[in-house]
Ligand binder design. Sequence first.
Ligand SMILES: [Zn+2]
Length: 445
Amino acid sequence: MNYFIEKATIVNEGQTFLANVFVSDGLIAKIVPEGEPYDYGSAKVIDGTGKYLIPGIIDEHVHFREPGLTQKADLHSESRAAVAGGVTSFMDMPNTVPQTTTQALLEQKFDLAAEKSLANFSFYLGATNDNLAEVVKTDPKRVCGIKLFMGSSTGNMLVDQNEVLVRLFRESPCLIAAHCEDEATIHANTVRCKDLVAKGEVIPDAGIHPFVRTMEACYRSSSKAVDMAEKFGARLHVLHISTKRELSLFRNDIPLIDKKITSETCPHYLWFTDRDYEEKGFAIKCNPAIKSNWDREALRQALRDGLVDTIGTDHAPHLPGEKFADDYFASKSGFPSIQHGLQVMLEAGFDLTLLVQLMCHHPAILYRIDRRGFIREGYHADLALVDLKQGGVIAHATEFSKCGWTPYDGLKVHAQVTHTFVNGNLVYENGMFHEENKGERIIFN
Ligand SMILES: [Zn+2]
């Protein structure tokens, strides 16, 4: 079916203007200035009056848990949460069961997604201490990147042998997306915290998380990754920056397309601070830890200044029983967030024009995605209509993620995504899904 999206305010490439968009054969066929007649034939008209039409969000950092952890989430359930949040493309991490560490396992994931996902997709290959032969076989036109854990996290795919790291930075055929937290620092902090807990001097609640996964752990690892990338000429993207101190590692004096070292932060580092552990508890335990207000304010400014390039959600669902344990050390890190990334960032005071840059254009530029992430004629029709005045309250009950809860429960928001198009198909409409058409594999230039 073709669509004619009428009278919406288009937000694209720093500009805001009223226009109509004709969607045909999966593509943005024509952007028609408002008031100009256009023969859209039998296309279905979607009324965008009073709403904003943005390119579909590209979420470069998700954990959809399939295969192997589908009690928590799967490609179908989480892609529904994605499109409900205006996300039309995602890139999924390799810490599934089995871990995605061979080309064969990687291709199995693409096949699964083609059957189940409502959004477009790509998957990272995971690096380990012994799979370099698989890493070098990765096709940069068909795969988003290599995921490198420089420090342990959920799923434990740690690369800690220096000679392997050197070869990886030298030989990786595509972008390296790195989780940077220093394992030795975290281990020493964990031992010390357990000792203090045993002595009764510290209560093992969520508030100790930034004392285990500290600012130093982040900086030690991310500075090492940046050093190595510079030395060996790798294309490095440092994921989920959570501290002010790490910002000194990045540059904003070159265009994004020319940058070899880039960075991401996530909505939760821009919304919560360590003061929220008291109320939210383990709900906001994630790796790296949410840090101080000082860090949050610096990260918000860094996005405005171009030191941090993108916002990815790090959507990482766990079941309530795995999260809300009695003990800090038993509670899993991570939480669902893809459905509310845009809403929460708008509440944080970012304007929609900047968010379109950070969540749509920049991932498209940084990963060199083929014809997505912009509202341009000839591009894939990945689009979201946003109502900035519809309002509502985020609640566990309206969560589309399989795990059925959200750390943003109770948050009053002003914006809602009302319609989401993926490849020209209307897949989400005011709380309803149209599931006949599935997403496509993302291609890279
Ligand atoms: Zn992650």
